[in-house]
Design a protein around this ligand. Structure first.
Ligand code: NAP
Length: 212
């Protein structure tokens, strides 16, 4: 059992949801910023198994993505990882994760941190109203992100739900997983974009590089 599952002292728990292919400093800075701003006791990084909008060919093996996240969160006592999504087969829906977390920590307030671009699509997610009535959302944005498009896109939601979605600008999110994958593929450095342990893991496991 993962340690957050049996903890008795969690009042505010955040799920850090993402593909994390790979995890980088932008994610870590976003999680730490949210922890501080929302006084979160624990931030649980839950890499998605297979998100509904991606095929398995498009993303790295969940075992590798979870291992990288484990390496990345080691130095923060408030951060943990969970295999809730990566260990289950098939498509991972956020509603199933949220229900599971609520069942394990029934008295905690639940937050869900993810990228604003992902939140933009939330109306297409399974059981969106249940998700929004269970969790407070924290949408992390890159600098210069047009927040109006988020408000506009979500305008069909009731005010009660919109008020439950917070945005947080994170300059470090200028770093992106796509850019890191492209850099490795093109033989460019990724040092200082992610923790050294993750960099080593990528190199040792030969992730993202050209086959030759
Ligand atoms: P994505 O489309 O790969 O990412 C969208 C954008 O958000 C990217 O710019 C990404 O940057 C950024 N991002 C992703 N996670 C982040 C995080 N935790 N903090 C800051 N920025 C983040 O989105 P995704 O990663 O597949 O999905 C995000 C979450 O939404 C996951 O937990 C997923 O399971 C959930 N989701 C659920 C459903 C559903 O239940 N139907 C559907 C879609 C997504 P990087 O590429 O640099 O990370």
């Amino acid at each position: 059992m993962e340690s957050w599952m049996r903890a008795k002292d969690i009042k505010r728990l955040a799920i850090m949801g993402g593909t994390f292919d790979p995890v980088h400093y932008g994610h870590l800075v976003a999680a730490e910023g949210a922890r501080h701003e929302f006084q979160l006791d624990r931030v649980i990084f839950i890499p998605s198994g297979r998100p509904p909008h991606k095929t398995s060919e498009q993303i790295t093996d969940p075992v590798h993505r979870l291992a990288m996240v484990k390496n990345a969160v080691q130095s923060n006592a408030h951060f943990e990882t969970s295999a809730l999504e990566t260990e289950s087969d098939g498509v991972s829906y956020t509603i199933d994760t949220v229900r599971k977390v609520q069942e394990l920590q029934p008295s905690a307030d639940i937050y869900f941190i993810t990228g604003a671009d992902a939140v933009l699509q939330i109306l297409t997610w399974k059981n969106v109203e249940e998700i929004l009535s269970t969790c407070t959302f924290i949408a992390a944005t890159r600098p210069g992100y047009a927040l109006e498009s988020l408000e506009h896109r979500l305008s069909s939601l009731s005010r009660e739900y919109i008020n439950n979605i917070y945005t947080m600008e994170v300059p470090a999110l200028a770093i992106s997983s796509t850019d890191i994958r492209n850099r490795v593929f093109n033989g460019k450095p990724i040092k200082y974009l992610l923790p050294e342990r993750v960099e080593k893991f990528i190199s040792n496991s030969k992730l993202y590089c050209r086959e030759d």
